[in-house]
Design a protein. Structure first.
Length: 482
């Protein structure tokens, strides 16, 4: 069926109340009722209903459709969540991806649970009467020219259409075709649960990994899944302080991709913990004790949580204004806004604005002790940096590396990931020789700057600034003493 005729039928089906014609199949999004609910179309998915010709949930395809829930497997009545659906399939033939999802009361799969809203042109809202024979798609203006007959800036279903489905739009289908495919595609949208506690809610989802090239309805791999969400205990939502998203070392505003961020606020977590026991298979966790952080629409890697502070490693975000949210079992915070820049050098700090620094390595190849003013830590004897000595400064925000460092894992040993741009350091306003700057193996987002203290410096406290790609670090104070 050509596209023009599909659209004509789509507009007429609401008026005529005809039996469902599988007109939305494939690139335009599916008709309502094909997510595997037993009471809808006999529990069929598009694979066995005729809108796609292929296999459904075949283990030999090794694919899946999954939903990411920011609040884990809970919902807070009336509080919106941003959900993500990922269709994954390793077959190189499968290069077009689509889905359909709905939410129902676990006690009655015929009753809608909450409402959906698109947040971009990649998804559309499918509204239907309970008979599934009268339905209408609603999309935003960005998708109007690409197959959606009912544009609206407010995703709301018409009166009398009580069932809602969120699904890919034609625009989403087109975007899913764009390389690199990498064997998967993700769609994002909002779901607002019912305003009151309705008990458990079941999420039903069907995904399609279709063949690439021109639109086709053969050779598809169909996958289904379902999830059960329970109502949360209802505590206060997490809240990020004004200007509460800062560089994890300097505590100055701004974030840098793949570097440390500190988030300050209230009710951020119900416990205090670190990722020490949450790193699985070398992968850094994006959820710690039910706490998740989104930066620029991507999951950050959560290192430390507490009720008032969270430390995360930023994902590989772009630059510019980015939104930051914290989610826990009670819901998701109001988004804070931060500015992301390619570099934002900063050194971690000891008391009195001293940089975290170690003396140069001894014969064992390890750093021997902190290079810090004696008396900084009670009951511990420390030795400051000496004139002419090479010390290691520890910081974050120094930007891209060469070669490109892996993301979401602790930095492996065996390869040195130098900063892509050179770093300069001044101590007391005079240039200091920088031996090397690279990511520290066994850590993540942690840079070492090996610098030689000028031999001409007398005993004293001196300002130190590092600069990379024209961006200076906040000034710190280095104690030098023979």
């Amino acid at each position: 069926m050509d596209r023009t005729r599909k659209l004509s039928i789509a507009k007429a089906v609401v008026v005529l109340g005809a039996i469902p014609i599988l007109l939305w199949a494939y690139e335009y999004g599916p008709n309502p009722g094909y997510v595997g609910i037993p009471s809808e179309n006999g529990g069929q998915t598009c694979a066995n209903a005729g809108c796609h010709v292929g296999t459904a949930n075949s283990p030999s395809n090794h694919g899946s459709v999954t939903v990411n829930f920011p609040n884990e497997m809970t919902y807070t009545p009336g509080v919106a969540q941003q959900l993500s659906v990922t269709i994954q399939d390793p077959a190189t033939t499968q290069q077009a991806y689509g889905f359909e999802l709905t939410a129902r009361l676990a006690s009655n799969a015929s009753t809608m649970a909450g409402s959906f809203a698109y947040i971009d042109s990649n998804t559309q809202l499918m509204c239907s009467q309970t008979n599934l024979q009268v339905f209408e798609a609603v999309c935003n203006a960005g998708a109007v020219s690409k197959g959606c007959p009912a544009p609206s800036s407010t995703p709301t279903c018409p009166s009398g259409m009580t069932l809602e489905y969120i699904e890919h739009s034609y625009a989403g289908y087109v975007n899913s075709l764009q390389p690199p495919h990498n064997g998967s595609y993700t769609y994002n949208f909002n779901w607002t649960p019912p305003a009151t506690d309705v008990g458990n809610v079941t999420i039903y989802v069907a995904g399609n990994a279709g063949v690439g090239g021109a639109p086709s309805q053969t050779g598809d791999h169909i996958y289904t899944n379902k999830y059960t969400l329970t109502p949360s205990a209802g505590g206060p939502l997490p809240a990020i302080n004004s200007a509460g998203v800062v560089n994890g070392a300097s505590f100055q505003p701004g974030v840098v991709p793949n570097s440390w961020i500190t988030i300050q606020g209230t009710d951020l977590a119900s416990t205090t913990d670190t990722w020490a026991n949450a790193i699985v298979g070398g992968k850094l966790p994006t959820v710690l004790d039910g706490v998740r952080v989104s930066v620029g629409g991507q999951d950050a890697y959560v290192y430390y949580i507490s009720p008032t502070q969270i430390n995360v490693l930023a994902p590989n975000i772009g630059t510019g204004s980015v939104s930051v949210t914290v989610s826990n079992a009670n819901g998701t915070s109001t988004a804070a806004t931060a500015t992301s820049t390619t570099v934002g050098p900063a050194f971690f700090l000891w008391p009195n604005n001293q940089p975290v620094a170690t003396h140069s390595a001894d014969s064992s190849g390890t750093s021997t002790a902190w290079a810090v003013k004696n008396g900084t830590f009670a009951g511990v004897t420390n030795t400051p940096a000496k004139p002419g000595e090479a010390i290691i400064l520890w910081g974050t925000g120094l930007g891209p590396t060469s070669p490109t460092a892996p993301i979401g894992v602790q930095i492996p040993s065996g390869t040195i990931y130098y900063t892509a741009n050179p770093v300069t350091v001044t101590i007391n306003g005079a240039p200091a020789a920088v031996y090397a700057t690279a990511l520290s193996p066994g850590f993540a987002g942690l840079y070492q700057v090996v610098v030689t203290v000028p031999s001409t410096l007398a005993n004293g406290d001196y300002p130190l600034i590092a600069t990379i790609d024209g961006a200076p670090s906040p000034q710190v104070t280095l104690t030098v003493h023979n």
